[in-house]
Ligand binder design. Structure first.
Ligand code: ADP
Ligand code: MG
Length: 464
């Protein structure tokens, strides 16, 4: 579907034509018509699919074509999980409001509160904000929420993962009235907290879910290398970053320390590199992102802080120097490349330490991968083989009785005078696993790392 087929304000169509965007992306084609007729929305679609315009265009259309319910406060609020993401949304919004009477403002954590109050007194019609700071303004009564006609939650799953559930509810309550439209965007709707929030704040929403959130872009080529240890990873990275065929690269590492060390090392080698991590001051982070997006550096070393949302068109290589703890994060990381139809490559380095995270990813995506080898950089690690599954054919002893026998044997062994006599290490455990297997299901998997442990490495990403 084309933008010019929509019943949408002329100025917005012109803006799209100006960008040379003629065809809508799938999420835009499915979302915008419902948004324009006044519906609430719950939308899931992969990163880089064009969600920002999917809400900014109908939002702008409503503001340009209808009278404000109240002129004393903003008409639309857009909430985003991180400052970086909010700034990118704001940049796209600024482009759309240019030349109109609509005035917008950005309200971010980590920036001067009083300056924000001053800006809010000018009653901007649209606010783009991080939730924590917006709640501070709610408490300080910096502006009136009761005229809000559109509330957008961008990357709702991420906001909830970062602990903003209460903030979102407070904002919803303060701006709750019959005529409000609420649009929730998320990488997935199969997320318990997202489901709960949707039930709480959306009114008869149109649900749009495009593709499996676990599916990877066709535009991203994924490569996996097995590695023995840190030095082996470093050698592989050196090889990857010395290739001439990428524009810019983002390298994800586990710790903030490593971002600095690696960036320094590559700068010495005349491969311009920058480091971005959560504990940097806000203006430093802005500077780094700005420099990188202007192409002042070839490589950005970062922790998960930059994994979401950032829209950097020239990134054609993403390297997972360390695998993310949560498999979902992998999808977001590699989504930093292959933006807007460009081709990208995502390379993951899997050492014994990364093996469990890697297995989690395979389980999530229900797939297998073939490992690639770089000549001269082969390693010894071949992965940890899963234990062979036994099947009960009916001829041998039934597994349940086998387990019982094993248990009985253990008891005998325990009571035997020589401790451990005749006992093979792990016999009992294997027998139990075997029993669980006979119901036709795989044995229970180990639990994924907890959210708390994941957020810890990423805490600097949390707006205040
Ligand atoms: P998401 O929020 O789904 O991750 P974005 O809204 O950041 O994705 O969009 C990704 C990129 O695609 C942006 O650079 C955006 O300008 C571009 N884009 C969006 N809509 C279109 C379109 N209809 N045609 C071409 N490019 C588009
Ligand atoms: Mg987005």
């Amino acid at each position: 579907m084309r933008f010019d087929e929509l019943t949408m304000h002329k100025r917005l169509k012109e803006a799209m034509a100006h960008l040379n965007y003629t065809e809508m992306t799938e999420v835009q084609a499915q979302t915008i018509p419902y948004a324009l007729i006044g519906r609430d929305l719950a939308v899931a679609s992969k990163t880089g699919s064009g969600k920002t315009l999917a809400y900014l265009l109908p939002l702008m259309h409503r503001l340009l074509t209808s009278r404000a319910l109240s002129t004393r406060g903003p008409r639309a609020l857009i909430l985003a999980p991180t400052r970086e993401l909010a700034k990118q949304v704001y940049a796209q919004l600024r482009f759309l409001v240019a030349g109109t009477q609509i005035h917008c403002s950005l309200v971010l954590g980590g920036e001067n509160f009083n300056d924000q109050i001053k800006a809010l007194r000018k009653t901007p019609q649209v606010l783009v904000a991080t939730p924590g700071r917006l709640v501070n303004h709610l408490q300080a009564r910096s502006f009136l929420f009761d005229g809000v006609e559109i509330l957008v939650l961008d990357e709702a799953d991420r906001m909830l993962d970062l602990g903003f559930a209460d903030a979102l509810k407070q904002i919803h309550t303060a701006a709750s009235h019959r005529l409000r439209q609420t649009w929730l965007f998320s990488a997935t709707l199969h997320h318990q907290a997202v489901e709960m929030l949707s039930g709480y704040i959306l009114k008869a929403p149109q649900t749009i879910s495009i593709g499996e959130m676990h599916a990877v872009h066709a535009d991203i080529k994924e490569v996996f290398h097995l590695c023995d240890h840190l030095d082996h990873k470093r050698a592989l990275l050196q090889h990857l970053l010395s290739q001439p065929d990428y524009q810019q690269a983002i390298v994800f590492v586990a710790t903030r320390d490593d971002t600095d060390k690696l960036a320094a090392q590559y700068n010495e080698q005349k491969i311009p590199a920058l480091a971005l991590s959560g504990d940097m001051k806000q203006n430093q982070r802005n500077q780094v992102i700005d420099q990188f997006s202007r192409g002042h550096a070839k490589v950005l070393f970062t922790t998960d802080v930059a994994a979401r949302g950032l829209d950097l068109l020239h990134v054609s290589l993403v390297v997972n120097f360390d695998m993310p703890k949560l498999p979902e994060e992998y999808i977001h990381r590699i989504g930093r490349t292959g933006r807007a139809g460009n081709q990208g490559t995502a390379v993951s380095l899997i050492s014994p330490k990364d093996w469990n995270s890697f297995q989690g990813l395979l389980a999530l995506q229900r797939r297998e991968v073939i490992f690639s080898i770089i000549e001269g950089l082969e390693g010894k690690f071949k992965g940890v083989l899963a234990p062979q599954k036994k099947r009960f054919s009916g001829k041998e002893q039934h597994p349940l009785s086998a387990a019982k026998n094993a248990q009985a044997k253990r008891k005998v062994n325990k009571s035997s005078s020589k401790p451990g006599a005749g006992m093979k290490k792990g016999t009992g455990r294997n027998a139990e696993a075997f029993v669980r297997d006979t119901d036709g299901f795989a044995p229970l998997r180990r639990k994924a790392p907890t959210e708390a442990s994941y957020i810890e490495t990423d805490s600097g990403n949390e707006p205040e």
